[in-house]
Design a protein around this ligand. Structure first.
Ligand SMILES: [Zn+2]
Length: 234
């Protein structure tokens, strides 16, 4: 459970010039810049310290980006002091506030839809905070944009397979990439960036490869007898 990032309501600005289409890409670009500044630290707690965020223990998970003298993240005791996605999510809230984009989101979409978009942006950033750019570049150098790269990323980072898949597919906002993970005869995860898959999430697809047009570049790795990860890149 997490609370939203801004307990102090900020003034709603009239924003007519910012194109919200650019939001996810602009935010991820900013996240990557902060990571570079902090030496691409993949450990969430050490990253918070490197960016001069204070981390304390409390009853709930939340953050106070405007706290003085430095932003404050409060975590339940079992999330404190180590590297986990709850801390990464709160880190992302502070980054979004720092970026100045949060106020645009609220101004454009209003408080209700705006906060759910803020939550989605912060969830998206978790994969980027778990797998910094050099780790991604190394995987792509060794394996290309492929299913093998997803497995490499999972092993190198300790992230889940879904996180590794989303990190690879969404890395470059204008690239054409898509990927999926199956569970038995069903599609249990999809990620699509400017490229659609010939099937959808939770669809029953016993032979995913037969669904793709012949010339498409699809790589797969079997995880075990009845499950695979697949990546299509153009
Ligand atoms: Zn949140």
């Amino acid at each position: 459970m997490t609370t939203t990032g801004s307990p102090h309501p900020r003034p709603v600005l009239k924003s007519s010039t910012y194109d919200p289409e650019h939001l996810p890409a602009d935010f991820i670009r900013y996240v990557k810049a902060l990571q570079a500044h902090a030496g691409h630290e993949p450990h969430a707690y050490r990253l918070a310290r490197a960016l001069q965020m204070r981390v304390r223990v409390g009853l709930h998970n939340y953050c106070l980006p405007e706290a003085q003298p430095d932003p404050l993240i409060v975590l339940q005791p079992w999330y404190f002091g180590w590297s986990n996605d709850v801390l990464r999510h709160e880190l992302a809230h502070i980054m979004l506030w720092w970026s100045g984009l949060e106020s645009h989101v609220i101004a454009i979409y209003g408080p209700e839809d705006g906060w759910s978009i803020v939550e989605r942006l912060c969830q998206q950033a978790v994969a980027f905070l778990h797998i910094p750019a050099p780790m991604l570049q190394n995987a792509v150098r060794l394996h290309g944009v492929s299913a093998q790269a997803v497995l490499h990323l999972q092993k190198a980072s300790g992230a889940s397979l879904s996180t590794a898949l989303r990190r690879l597919i969404y890395d470059t906002p204008d690239a054409q990439r898509a990927g999926f993970i199956t569970s038995g005869a069903y599609i249990r995860e999809v990620a699509q960036c400017n490229l659609t898959l010939p099937f959808g999430w939770l669809e029953r697809v016993p032979e995913p490869l037969t669904r793709f047009p012949e010339a498409s570049h699809v790589t797969t790795v079997r995880l075990h007898a009845r499950s695979m990860v697949g990546v299509r890149a153009e």
